[in-house]
Design a protein around this ligand. Sequence first.
Ligand SMILES: Cc1cc2nc3c(=O)[nH]c(=O)nc-3n(C[C@H](O)[C@H](O)[C@H](O)COP(=O)(O)OP(=O)(O)OC[C@H]3O[C@@H](n4cnc5c(N)ncnc54)[C@H](O)[C@@H]3O)c2cc1C
Length: 500
Amino acid sequence: MNRIVIVGGGTSGWMSAAALARFLDLSRWQVTLIESDEIGTIGVGEATIPMVRNFNQALGIDEAEFMAATQASYKLGINFEGWGGFDQAYIHAFGLVGRGLGLLPFQHYWLRGRAEGLAGPLGDYVLNAAAAHAGRFAHVERAPDSPLPPMPYAYHLDATLYARYLRGYAEKGGVVRREGRIVEVQRHGESGDVAVLRLADGGELAGDLFVDCSGFRSLLLGEALGVGYEDWGQWLACDRAVAVPTARTDPLVPYTRSVAQRAGWRWRIPLQHRTGNGHVFCSNLMSEDEATRLLLDQVDGQVLAEPRVIRFRSGRRTRFWDRNVVAIGLASGFIEPLESTAIHLVQTAISRLLDFLPNGPVAAADRDGFNRLALFEIEKIRDFVILHYAANGRNGEPFWDHKRTMELPQPLAERIAMFRASGRIVREHDELFDVPGWVQVMIGQGIDPQGWHPLADQLSIEQLGGFLDTVKDAYARDAARMPSHADFIARYCPAGAPDA
Ligand SMILES: Cc1cc2nc3c(=O)[nH]c(=O)nc-3n(C[C@H](O)[C@H](O)[C@H](O)COP(=O)(O)OP(=O)(O)OC[C@H]3O[C@@H](n4cnc5c(N)ncnc54)[C@H](O)[C@@H]3O)c2cc1C
């Protein structure tokens, strides 16, 4: 068990290769990545969440160099426009909401403050939101004696440049790249494991463990091993995206925009050299032509390439690891890109693969453990994304009316009911989205709790007002002192003109 073959050279293939190069002793392990220039990669996937920084740090990647190489900008959160109502917007920002006091999370004080007429919009109490709205950015770590929280951030990056950057890292670390199109997957007669990949050029590639990063096609796990697909279309009905790049326009905002549309939503991702735009929509309700027109009508900046349609289905493989094949990335499943979680799922799958790396034939118990953890993780993220649709306030549009009334997965329905009743959110185990994320989306989209924790009543009205104002003023002041996002990038990690 020392030959690992990674199938696919998109973001997930090269992230996997880079991590294996970093953590395995490649004088003992042989890691080969095969990709097909003819097939290419999906070419989208440009917004991330803060945990991507852990991945980069684990690989020892220098941030400024990485940002320049990928034309990256900073992301403090996502501005959701038109989700809670036609003219309404809120930001789901990374980081803390307010700050806890005593035993309670902040939302309980805010809920009482709002009822007493003392509190402004929730975003006023979030440092990331204050900085995002002001168009500002700085690296803010928590000072030991400061009441201010750190300001977690992620990146907007060029997906093609990211894969290229990681390829350089992985090849330098000893991963061997092979170019070619796989035309046949041969399996061991007895065990049924994948044994050899046959290529269009007549070559062959044998391995012990296969990492399937072949994209939606799921060449090994789905096609060769026949592992099924659980479709989540009843909740996440969008199944197409049209993507188009435009020239950069200023100001360079430090957040992703997600703007609700008649049968879906559109994204705007600002990079240093261009802006990424896309329209995610439900093909039952809108044609590809109409979706493209709608997108082109709304983008700012000169259109730089032909719009491209991408088809997908939200859902997951019924197993993520089967026999000697572990699927990572789109080959393992996909939750539509509303909360930019796919690259994160790649990262956690890689870390799980390293945790469960076999030392000999793959043990069924290890495989089951991997699959159990992966399932918990992806279902929790799915529910968080469904929440955005379920709690929409776009009355009168058939797509959105249906989403508002659809039957929800039970754990999500229970979570919403608990929040409605008492303002409580309970994070389960190590699920990705924590209390601040759930609270911002629920409040932002109009789920109004009927009450709050009784301990929030222990403050006098004056104490409560003072507490809320202190937090709000401190964050506004802190944000105002930061440089503009564009200035920060120009000083710290300018990318220069893109290569032709
Ligand atoms: C519309 C849309 C928007 C998205 N936005 C985001 C986002 O903002 N944030 C985020 O985190 N994620 C996003 N994603 C997801 C993200 O794009 C993917 O998770 C990421 O790019 C990883 O893709 P991949 O590497 O798994 O697959 P791909 O990029 O499709 O790569 C597949 C690889 O397999 C190779 N291959 C396939 N078949 C063969 C064969 N027969 N022989 C040899 N090689 C083969 C291909 O050549 C390619 O190298 C988005 C996805 C979509 C659809």
